[in-house]
Design a protein around this ligand. Structure first.
Ligand code: GDD
Ligand code: MG
Length: 362
């Protein structure tokens, strides 16, 4: 059975994306260019392919930018409507607020998606499981190495969720909430309106305690939360390399994706899923691996950029080395600087030429 055409979805996109600063100072996380398109384009194209036709965006942080990017949704074959919280209502409050724009009846399933997830799972199978078992909510579950950073979700042999432990220091299983839910609409309508509510800390534990059927749909397909810089560059590279198929990828799968007006010297090495943004330039002798080069940025001769983001119009000078670094828009990394793991350069900052070098063998 395939999911019904005409399924409605709520997309949670109101978070501030603090872990991705400085990239999210000017652009909300779900709109960051990812493999050539706003991140959400990948989620929307996938939802469309699984029968979703109407999406309610639950916005808060920089809300107006979503309408500017996606309009009425017709470009995606969708109808998109926007529901904005003046102050963030948390995940549950946001879902309840967005539900005011749903058109489906109380007994219909509604898809709810965190707006920062890349996932290869079969949404139709998840919806079908939910409908056939008559669940109140069905959660997509995946396995990760460090479940303490997520919602830990133990289930019984029948797939019934027995507890929901958000960001617990003592996880009881590696199986976690993957951030894609099927709710009965009536269950959403029962969330208190106009209040700050967390689905993870209040709604799910409350439903389980009340004996409602909360199901887990577990699978092992590709899954990534792009909420940190390292995960964001990985997600972008994985899309370019084709590790996760996306109908929204604006070019063929390969070692790199060159966008409009990008100029890469034939003597440069650009590999491992790097995106070279519109009008960005990479000079001879530069090596760029698994990175995101934003619009109009410049990587000079002999520079090395690995698993990093170079912001809009930023410049990386000759011989500079970046590994797992975020360079903000318009910043300048002077010649010879070597920046590593997790360093972030704020927009517009100018790092002058590095005059002193440290060497481990001195
Ligand atoms: N509209 C609105 N209002 N959206 C919100 C709000 C809010 O107040 N707070 C968060 N969101 C949105 C974010 O924009 C994001 O799309 C989603 O809700 C989840 O928020 P994150 O900040 O990314 O949460 P997380 O990654 O720490 O944890 C969540 O996702 C994990 C899976 O990636 C939880 O749901 C965990 O249980 C889960 O394992
Ligand atoms: Mg997240």
């Amino acid at each position: 059975m395939r999911s019904p055409d005409g399924l409605e979805a709520i997309l949670l996109v109101g978070g501030q994306g603090t872990r991705l600063r400085p990239l999210t100072l000017s652009t909300p996380k779900p709109l960051l260019p990812t493999a050539g398109v706003p991140f959400l384009a990948h989620q929307l194209a996938k939802a469309r392919a699984y029968g979703v036709r109407r999406v309610v965006f639950a916005t808060s942080y920089r809300a107006s930018m979503f309408g500017e990017a996606f309009g009425d949704g017709s470009g995606f074959g969708l109808e998109i409507v926007y529901m904005t919280e003046d102050t963030p209502l948390g995940t549950g409050g946001a879902i309840r607020n967005a539900a005011r724009a749903l058109t489906c009846p109380p007994d219909a399933p509604v898809l709810v998606l965190n707006g920062d997830i890349l996932s290869g799972h079969d949404i139709a199978e998840q919806v079908d499981l939910h409908v056939s078992r008559g669940a109140a909510v069905t959660l997509h579950l995946t396995e990760v190495d460090d479940p303490s950073r997520f919602g830990c979700v133990p289930t019984d042999d029948d797939g019934r969720v027995s507890a929901f432990l958000e960001k617990t220091p003592n996880p009881v299983t590696n199986r976690i909430n993957a951030g894609c839910y099927v709710f009965q609409r009536s269950v959403i309508d029962a969330i208190p309106e106009g209040q700050v509510v967390s689905v993870e800390r209040e709604t799910f534990p409350g439903l389980i305690a009340a004996g409602e059927l909360v199901l887990g749909y577990a699978d092992t397909s590709y899954w990534l939360d792009v909420g940190t810089p390292a995960a964001f560059v990985q997600g972008s590279a994985d899309l370019v390399l084709g590790k996760l198929a996306s109908p929204a990828l604006p070019g063929p799968v390969g070692e790199c994706l060159l966008l409009d007006g990008a100029v890469v010297s034939p003597e440069a090495k650009v590999t491992c899923g790097t995106v070279v943004g519109p009008r960005a330039r990479v000079e001879a002798g530069a090596s760029v691996r698994g990175s995101v080069l934003s619009e109009g940025c410049h990587v000079a001769s002999g520079a090395t950029v690995v698993n990093s983001v170079v912001g809009v119009g930023a410049r990386v000078a000759s011989g500079a080395v970046l590994r797992e670094v975020v360079v903000g828009d318009g910043a300048h990394i002077g010649p010879g600087n070597e920046l590593t793991s997790g360093m972030r350069v704020w927009p517009g900052v100018n790092l002058p030429e590095c005059a002193v070098r440290f060497s481990s063998d001195v």
